[in-house]
Write a protein that binds this ligand. Structure first.
Ligand code: FAD
Ligand code: NAP
Length: 400
């Protein structure tokens, strides 16, 4: 459906400074009726917008429950066959593109299976929590040379701890998000790094301190020791190829792992000229939840990147035991989402904005509630919007 009522003047006057918004999900409501939008529940609506009214129109579409799935300059849109001048014609929204599906089929998975794991060597095992912080989180790097284990940013690997469980069976593998780029921390495509918290808790009945099997094994691993690795696995958290994308990352604790990999690919690997075919020019925004300043994992690296690439990387902390939300409660990632809701909702309207969530399982429900509440205030249905983002491969969650 083509709509030109966003422009008050003829298209020739603005020439190439006219843009076509392809919008889905516009709801029929009082406001839409007043604007005389011929709204449908399905199908795309094409709206012509002059450059100087792009933001204003974007906000109006958002208020009407719509979602912009594509923005094209008018000239380009005409060349691409977007219905810029066919009033009344309804275009169906594009299905997930074949290229995207094909790309996913190229992602390496299960190169090494539990029955035949790759045996690597531990090259590095260093503490990431500084004095005054809580618990133990280690950065580990394993040598992969001599094997065929390769991976992409956002994937995980399995680790099989040695020994047997209480039933005398070999321990099952545990998954860990990869914290390095495909090129590895040494830039030679033959290492993989992890960010592992040592699980430690009080037994609910006996009160004894219990240590997690695999995380304790990893945190205590000596440099030079062998390690059994499986995988890689996972297609949920992959980084899009689009160099102009906006990447919003919501992390708690070790959930930083895939985002360290993303950020290194965007900025460090670029500096080292490791990926000449990917030059990130978009916006990366990390909202990172941790208990204390001393628990900010990879703090120096993150802050260095934020300072050097300030036009492309924004870093926001939610330090739960040091900062307070507006209502005086602990500062969590979801409070930051609320604080920056205007910007986040505007960014999420762009068809190349991706949102990622990684870390504690407990973070998903409150973040979801926050988005729901903020969406309601903007006359939007969050669940519908989130589902649409998911369908477009722009909503990514990995919590554990
Ligand atoms: C996709 C994915 C990615 C992951 N990435 C990472 C990562 O990057 N870094 C990381 O550190 N971990 C990560 N994990 C978690 C990791 O896989 C392990 O679950 C974690 O290290 C604990 O394993 P463990 O062998 O040490 O603990 P286990 O010995 O397996 O003990 C875990 C069990 O202890 C019990 N338990 C745990 N806490 C408590 C408590 N407070 N009270 C009572 N009982 C409790 C539960 O029964 C739980 O199943 C990831 C998990 C997934 C699924
Ligand atoms: N001594 C230890 O062994 C030790 C120390 C620290 C953490 N832990 C436990 O380790 C687990 C996770 O560790 P981690 O390294 O992944 O993370 P982490 O470093 O503990 O950071 C997780 C962050 O997320 C916050 N958080 C907790 N619940 C949340 C929720 N529902 N929504 C949003 N944010 C939430 C935490 O705040 P708050 O924790 O302030 O509520 C903290 O700021 C937790 O179960 C934690 O209790 C153990």
């Amino acid at each position: 459906m083509y709509l030109s009522n966003a422009t008050s003047r003829g298209s020739t006057e603005y020439g190439s400074r006219l843009y076509i918004y392809e919008v889905v999900g516009l709801r029929q409501n009082g406001q839409a009726d007043r604007l005389n939008y011929p709204v449908r529940r399905s199908g795309s609506t094409f709206i012509t917008v002059p450059y100087n009214r792009m933001n204003e129109e974007m906000r109006r579409i958002l208020r009407l429950g719509g979602q912009i799935v594509k923005i094209e300059p008018l000239n380009e849109a005409a060349r691409n066959g977007t219905p810029v001048s066919v009033p009344g014609k309804v275009e169906q929204p594009e299905k997930k593109s074949m290229t995207q599906a094909k790309e996913k089929s190229k992602v390496p998975v299960n190169i090494y299976k539990p029955k035949n794991p790759f045996v690597g060597k531990c090259l590095e095992n260093r503490e990431l929590v500084r004095e005054g912080g809580s618990g133990t989180v280690r950065h580990l790097t394993f040598d992969l040379s001599g094997g065929d284990l390769h991976y992409l940013e956002g994937q995980s690997i399995g680790i099989i701890p040695p020994g047997t469980d209480e039933r005398g069976k070999p321990h099952k593998l545990r998954l860990y998000s990869i914290a390095s780029t495909r090129h590895g921390d040494h830039g030679n495509d033959s290492t993989v790094s992890l960010c592992v918290r040592k699980l430690e808790y009080q037994h609910p009945e006996t009160g004894e301190t219990v240590y997690g099997v695999c995380s304790s094994y990893l945190c205590g691993l000596e440099e030079g020791a062998d390690i059994s690795i499986t995988g890689p696995v996972g297609k949920e958290m992959l980084l899009p190829d689009d160099e102009d994308a906006t990447i919003v990352m919501l992390a708690t604790g070790t959930g930083i792992a895939p985002f360290r990999a993303f950020l290194q690919r965007m900025f460090d690997s670029q500096e080292q000229q490791l990926n000449p075919d990917y030059k990130f020019k978009g916006l990366a925004w990390l909202i990172f939840g941790i208990p204390y300043t001393a628990n900010i994992l990879y703090k120096d690296d993150l802050e260095k990147m934020a300072a050097e690439y300030s036009d492309h990387f924004r870093l926001t902390y939610a330090i739960s035991r040091e900062q307070q939300a507006a209502d005086g409660s602990k500062m969590y990632v979801q409070n930051r989402v609320s604080e920056y809701a205007d910007e986040l909702f505007e960014l999420m309207q762009k068809p190349n904005t991706h949102v990622y969530m990684c870390g504690l399982k407990g973070m998903e429900p409150p973040i979801s509630e926050t988005f729901t509440k903020e969406a309601e205030e903007r006359d939007m249905d969050w669940e519908e919007f989130r589902k649409q983002m998911k369908k477009e491969d722009r909503w990514h969650v990995e919590v554990y």
